[in-house]
Design a protein around this ligand. Structure first.
Ligand SMILES: NC(=O)c1ccc[n+]([C@@H]2O[C@H](COP(=O)([O-])OP(=O)(O)OC[C@H]3O[C@@H](n4cnc5c(N)ncnc54)[C@H](OP(=O)(O)O)[C@@H]3O)[C@@H](O)[C@H]2O)c1
Length: 353
């Protein structure tokens, strides 16, 4: 098998590829973001151990990347709601990119299904890193959900940065009356805090970088059985393109999954960014009517099929800093048009299969 075609062209001008290849544990590797992180590492010559709860999914991930031979290994781990440990999974490795976290907007019990497992996953990663002196850095996929303050309103105009934290309390996050969307925001906040607290309490030999991306869109490289099994964020794009629904964006911020994968790998490799928290976001804002406009303009079937609805105005009252990450991690963000076009083209092919 040749090199997978859906590999992206690395955009950074300042790729750090000096030194020997890294050996990296990637959790959530069978998911939307994790698979792109795996691909970015493999493409650059690193060794990847991909963690999954499901060996079947691991096999699909591996079978699509036979080109890389032994540089891609699969390891089975437990669900984060059980007693999970990464100590064996991280043996002989020198870095961890922890992407996995529960995301289930149908959760009935916020604490058991979302908040506790998210924290437990991070705790297990930090403990495994602490017990393995070869591990030099842990990178964690947090989220803009751990930055956002849903009650913060303008005027005056403001810009969210990595210094901001979601003010949700643990009690609010787990309360019965709290929606799963809000509980998820709490799960990301308290999971990320768990990691930073570990660093404070233990002063370990490794350091930490956390990334807080907003809505993440773009072509998929993970195993997706069919178009109905898309991840949550891309599914909203598909709803627009396939005429099902014109959702309203909770926030106008987004990033392309390929740019985010580059950010993860740069966050792992650049010595000087140890101890940093980054918001990783395109400077261009989005709305779902913008998605509809792009589909109409880019695809000859677009006009007929795309979801109808009133033009949504993009909320310009505040911004999210993606420039610091761009500068420190050497990123160049793709345009929303390119992201939507690349993903919808792939989604149509999936639908036709
Ligand atoms: N997609 C977005 O728009 C977005 C935006 C901001 C932040 N994030 C964050 O990015 C990360 C990845 O998101 P994604 O969109 O790639 O999600 P995804 O496609 O659902 O992948 C997440 C992976 O995590 C693993 N996982 C989920 N629940 C788990 C649990 N309870 N125990 C152990 N493993 C579990 C699963 O792997 P296995 O089934 O193979 O075990 C799954 O493939 C998450 O931390 C999420 O919070 C996502």
């Amino acid at each position: 098998m040749g090199e997978p075609l859906n590999h992206t062209t690395f955009q950074s001008q300042e790729s750090v590829m000096s030194g020997p290849p890294r050996k990296v544990l990637v959790t959530g590797a069978t998911g939307f973001i994790g698979a792109h992180v795996v691909d970015e590492l493999l493409r650059r010559g690193h060794v990847v151990r991909a963690a999954t709860r499901d060996p079947g999914k691991g096999k699909l991930l591996k079978d699509a990347r036979l080109y890389y031979g032994d540089r891609l290994q699969i390891v089975q781990i437990a669900d984060f709601s059980q007693a999970v440990s990464f100590k064996d999974a991280v043996k002989d490795l020198d870095g961890i990119i922890h992407v996995a976290s529960p995301l289930d907007y149908t959760a009935q019990d916020n604490e058991i299904q979302l908040v506790k497992p998210a924290i437990a996953g991070v705790r297990a990663v930090m403990e495994a890193a602490g017990a393995n002196l070869d591990v030099k850095r842990v990178v964690i996929t947090s989220s803009f959900a751990s930055v956002l303050d849903a009650n913060r309103k303008s005027p005056p105009h403001f810009t969210y940065t990595a210094a901001d934290w979601n003010p949700l309390s643990y009690e609010e996050s787990i309360a019965k009356e709290t929606s799963a969307v809000v509980a998820y925001r709490g799960s990301k906040k308290f999971a990320e805090l768990e990691a930073w607290d570990f660093i404070k309490r233990h002063n370990p030999a490794f350091d930490l970088v956390t990334l807080c991306p907003p809505m993440t869109f773009g072509p998929v490289s993970h195993p997706v059985a069919n178009i109905d099994k898309l991840n949550e964020s891309n599914n909203t794009l598909w709803k627009v393109a396939s005429g099902q629904d014109l959702p309203v964006a909770r926030v106008p911020f987004w990033v392309d999954v390929r740019d985010l994968a580059v950010a993860h790998v740069e966050a792992l490799l650049r010595p000087e960014v140890g101890g940093s928290r980054f918001t990783v976001a395109s400077p261009e804002k989005f709305s779902y009517s913008k998605v509809a406009d792009i589909v109409r303009a880019e695809f000859d079937w677009g006009e007929k099929r795309v979801a109808k609805g009133e033009t949504q105005t993009i909320d310009e009252s505040h911004d999210l800093d993606g420039e610091t990450a761009a500068k420190d991690l050497g990123l160049r963000y793709r345009s929303f048009q390119a992201t939507v076009k690349d993903f919808i083209k792939q989604a149509v092919e999936m639908e036709q299969k």
